[in-house]
Design a binder for this molecule. Sequence first.
Ligand code: 6PG
Length: 482
Amino acid sequence: MSDTGLCDLAVVGLGVMGGNLARNFASRGLRVAGYQRTVEHAHALAAAHPEAHLRVASSLAELVGMLERPRRIVLMVNAGPAVDSVLDQLDPLLEDGDIVVDGGNSLYTDTDRRVARAEARPWRFVGMGVSGGAEGALLGPSIMPGGDRYAWERLRHPLEAIAARSPSGVCVTYCGRGSAGHFVKMVHNGIEYGDMQLIAEVASLMREGMGWPWGQVADTFAGWNRGELESYLIEITADILRAPDPQNPGALLIDAILDRAGQKGTGKWTVVAAAEHGVPIPTIAAAVDARLLSAAKDLRERAEAALRPSRGVVQGVSPDDLRDALYAAKIASYTQGFALLQAASEARDYGTNLAEIARIWTGGCIIRAAFLERIRASFAPASRPSGPEGSERPELLVLAPDFAADVARRLPGWRRVVAAAAAAGHPIPGLAASLAWFDTLTRSRGSASLIQAQRDYFGSHTYERVDAPGVFVHTEWPRSSQ
Ligand code: 6PG
């Protein structure tokens, strides 16, 4: 609290994420006011954590009166109508220069609408992604703010104070204009879906396809976490696969968990946004589809009983092949995610710096990984060897020299895994979609000539000849029947 007795900032919505974020701000010496519709919950939180000196307001009007000007108010309410409802209530209470930050997982088009709304008002709006789950919010998340630049300058100090720190720096950066912060967070989550799917496929291949005990699977992941695959998701996978079932002594918890994946929507949004921006992201799309199919448990049971496909042992695949397949597919997935960020930045005038995004994902967030520092270096011209060729940003991540070499080295193992899994009847939608994407990307003459011919045949949609690109012609196709 300053000499005036006012607080530095406020958090609205004191659920798990909001409560922990408020405590994180307080732990960095900031004076925090809090508001939650169920005021008793806010008081309970303040009482449970006296060290945070959380000042609880019983109304938004009271909250606004507790703050230094320009006011900084961070909303940690459920994405969707709740954000608009709080904005409606705050709007008449706010003054020139006050800043409202939406720190939830909001859909970027909702953020566009709110940015436009704020532009007509005296207060300023920032759409901000926060990653790292409950623990990250408390101890250091990765933070992705976007929108009003003036507001970012005034938020910078408190956000840098609470963000995660990695060897690459403080895990917060200005992600760009408008809804860039929430777009970047959405793509983070899409990549998260891809990573989780690829890991689950490889673990399942080891267990179901190769008959490894879970302990061996866990040990293998733990070993990989000491190499180039080092990442939070690989690390927690090893922990998860060793966890005992508290209700069944001697058994492992993983075997007691129903194979139906939930999803709150950010993966699906990424797929929709990618289609709208004309960027193929098949690894992430496969991950979303796999979750949908996983949820249809009853249907899968009926289909298995009706169709009884043969399923055998995965042959001719080594642990190194599995590691290579996982790593190469991960490069494919991140290439797709960053291509989407690049396309959106251009189409939507975000001005997003890809190297900075990779940097703030090196710590705090769910996809944090050693590998992201290499991605940062690939997108940051200054850090690469000078020279006309070395200093250009790669058109796609996989075309950056070290990633191109990496994929080339891992391609034989990746192919062996996909082929052997398919031959033995084990589903690997993420690994296979990633490889199909790679093979399509790297084939300069593809199969679409026939598609163009078919379109012209049935709909006179025209096509281009290889000897006259850009000139659209129609053919009266010979027809075998009328
Ligand atoms: C994070 C997470 C977080 C959350 C998502 C995932 O970055 O901290 O991505 O945002 O875990 O909501 O949700 P679903 O898997 O339920 O879609």
